[in-house]
Design a protein around this ligand. Structure first.
Ligand code: NOJ
Ligand code: CA
Length: 682
């Protein structure tokens, strides 16, 4: 056991008056920097968090409002306090880092109501060097079998009014999470999704999120008074937030803290709070790259539905398979291959079949051809939000794919909240949000069924990531933010250059993102007069290193890759599975630089992106393996490059470097830089 481990102290303070009493228990992080205090004030539960003796989270309320039952918020008394120290290092089967240390001190406080018929609840805190996770556990007990949570009272009272980067929740006529980030003080926020990233007045970086969301509503953060955010649980269509029964555990509520913004990225607290692998053998799970019959549809050069421009024909799929085989890109995604796309599919998602193909697409022949060429296939299951229709077909669909050798499935739930279909208890079809308990349960069903069939999952229009990939390593990646597709058709012109400098500090703190980078045809034809890709070419390459995803798309049309073979080389070579990850520069909304080490070759890769401002960034290569010589193959913005006026210039240069080298990187406005560091052969 760690010698610095400070045992949680339990102490009882009884005020002399007897009218007000306070009882508390504390636990410190293994390094002693963070302290959590649980308190009963007049019997009501509160927690607070301090770091180096300074308040991070002021006393904040806890508890629940139930339907047709008394709230669970005290008055309580503490019936027991338990502590334990934990330290393990576990291996990610794939990921942004191989070995993860999971070291915390845990404090479990059991409280019992004072009233007759007393109900019991445990509050469990895990205190890490990089933050805190806590959750509620309701043990089995008489009088609490099935119950419904209407509201969770958990608060986060900040010590001040930090800057926050946030996206609003519950926007009508929008797909949940697909927003540009706003930056305001906490005091000017609306109800926001998590992860919520903040910078405090004394320069600390915080992120509030949750871990291990499996059978509960997702938590948003709603302003609730000065410096105060309160848990907001996505309701079902009948107004209930969570339908549950004891014994139950809520997801972990998390606070991560770092002295610089990059420290939030290299904090693995969310993964650590998830359960270990429940799938068993994961040798069949393989990160990699993929191409797709996809971008052509977003540019309206092809259609999902049948007709003269149908993208998913057997012949076109074979063309993509050939291209993918030739360039070693791994897999091909085929969208629009199945029945149900004709007409307004978002209004008629229940017409989708996931086993029957369009007349000009032969699923068996394509699968046979892909296998012959050694190329993987990614099946596409767009539901249009018709969830019952998908669930009815799920088992036979995945059974068929397993038989055909389709190793991955991209799911999709295009519809606005609250319009995802559910059949209620009376047999009526009602509308649900993307991020309520109903969809949390649905995604869980999909990933477990996929696991049984050796299928990897990539979710679009998902529930936010809460680290479940640790438990179900076939849950590879998801969208859940504005991806590159917005550049093709967004009436407001797509993602501004700063978007990619915010994502790593916000959305990607939750987990991998299927952003679909790699578009080298930065300008579109007359069919898309108002849109373009809002980056330089070098920035498209850098995104492969900056925006982590174990399944990473080479999104552009094959004909564009053939036009730009030099830039395409980086896309062909960049790995998607990493030994280690470092953040070298980190200014949220301005610029960010990552270095990542390839798990297989030991080569390092660097990606750096900037917002609309050009920059010169000095980069110390101290991350390179000591004593090893490398050749740096640098893909930089060419002279005069500019995302808006001159996006194409790209210079590729080679330079000998080692761990003592300092590189001066020049990034164009809206630009970036990508580097492969090739180890010299000994
Ligand atoms: C939205 C997804 O994000 C996109 O990738 C997909 O092509 C369309 N839905 C159609 O399913
Ligand atoms: Ca989408």
């Amino acid at each position: 056991m760690d010698s610095r481990f400070i045992w949680a102290v339990l102490f009882f303070l009884f005020a002399a008056s007897g009218a007000s009493s306070s009882v508390s228990a504390t636990a410190d992080s293994p390094d002693g920097s963070i302290r959590v205090t649980f308190d009963l004030k007049e019997g009501r539960p509160f927690y607070r968090i301090d770091r180096f003796g300074r308040e991070l989270i002021r006393p904040s309320a806890m508890g629940f409002i139930l339907k047709d039952a008394k709230p669970i918020q005290g008055p309580f008394e503490i019936s027991s306090v338990r502590t334990r120290a934990f330290d393990e290092t576990w291996t990610q089967p794939w990921g942004e880092k191989r070995e993860i240390r999971n070291r915390f001190n845990e404090l479990t406080v059991s409280v019992t109501e004072k009233a007759p018929g007393a109900r019991r609840m445990d509050v469990v805190f895990r205190v890490y060097e990089d933050g805190v996770g806590f959750r509620y556990e309701i043990p089995a007990q008489t009088g609490l079998d099935r119950f419904e949570i209407m509201d969770e009272l958990t608060e986060f009272v900040l010590a001040g009014d930090p800057q926050a980067w946030w996206i609003p929740a519950y926007l009508p006529d929008k797909v949940e999470y697909e927003q540009l980030y706003r930056r305001t003080r906490l005091s000017a926020m609306d109800t926001a999704h998590t992860p919520l990233t903040m910078e405090t007045e004394n320069g600390l970086f915080l992120s509030i999120h949750e871990a291990a969301l499996t059978d509960y509503a997702s938590m948003q953060l709603a302003p609730a008074g000065p410096n105060t955010l309160k848990a907001d649980l996505t309701p079902w269509s009948d107004g209930v937030a969570v339908k549950t029964r004891a014994p139950m555990k809520t997801p972990w509520r998390t606070l991560q803290v770092a002295d610089d913004a990059g420290g939030l990225i290299t904090s693995y607290l969310i993964l650590n709070l998830n359960e270990p692998n429940a799938l068993g053998d994961v040798s069949w799970i393989r990160p990699g790259k993929y191409t797709g019959i996809w971008w052509a549809m977003h540019l309206e050069l092809a259609t999902w539905g049948t007709g003269p421009k149908h993208g998913a024909t057997t012949e076109n799929a074979k063309r993509y398979i050939d291209f993918t085989a030739k360039n070693g890109l791994g897999s091909v995604l085929v969208e629009g291959w199945n029945k149900g796309w004709d007409g307004d599919w978002t209004a008629h998602g229940d017409r989708f079949s996931f086993t029957r193909n369009a007349p000009d697409y032969d699923i068996r022949e394509v699968a046979r051809y892909a296998a012959e060429k050694g190329v993987g296939l990614i099946g596409h299951n767009e539901t249009g939000g018709a969830v019952p229709n998908y669930e009815r077909q799920l088992k036979e669909t995945f059974a068929l794919y397993e038989k055909l050798g389709i190793q991955s499935v991209k799911t999709g739930y295009v519809n606005f909240g609250p319009r995802l279909q559910r059949v209620d208890e009376k047999g009526k079809t009602v509308g649900e949000w993307h991020h309520g308990q109903y969809m949390v349960r649905h995604h869980q069903k999909v990933v477990e069924e996929a696991g049984r069939r050796h299928i990897m999952i990539d979710v679009h229009e998902p529930v936010k990531d809460t680290g479940l990939r640790r438990t179900w390593p076939n849950l590879m990646t998801r969208e859940g933010a504005r991806g590159q597709e917005y550049e093709a058709w967004d009436p407001e012109g797509g993602n501004p250059p700063e978007h990619a400098t915010i994502l790593p500090f916000t959305r990607l703190l939750a987990g991998p993102m299927d952003y679909t980078p790699g578009v080298l045809g930065l300008r579109f034809g007359p069919e898309r007069p108002r849109n373009r890709v809002n980056t330089t070419a070098a920035k498209q390459l850098a995104l492969y290193v900056v925006l982590y995803s174990p399944l990473q798309m080479a999104a552009d049309l094959p004909e564009n890759y053939e036009k730009f073979p030099d830039a395409f080389r980086f896309i062909r070579e960049v790995p998607t599975d990493w030994e280690d990850t470092r953040v070298l520069h980190a200014r949220i909304g301005d610029y960010v630089t990552f270095a990542r080490k390839d798990r297989n070759s030991g080569d390092w890769y660097l990606g750096s992106v900037t917002d609309e401002e050009g920059r010169i960034l000095e980069t110390q290569l101290g991350f390179l393996d000591p004593g090893v010589k490398y050749t740096a193959r640098i893909y930089r913005d060419g002279d005069g490059a500019h995302w808006e006026t001159n996006p194409y210039p790209l210079s590729i240069e080679e330079e000998p470097v080692d761990a003592s080298t300092v590189l001066k990187m020049r990034l164009a406005p809206g630009g970036g830089q990508a580097i492969r560091f090739i180890r010299a052969q000994p």
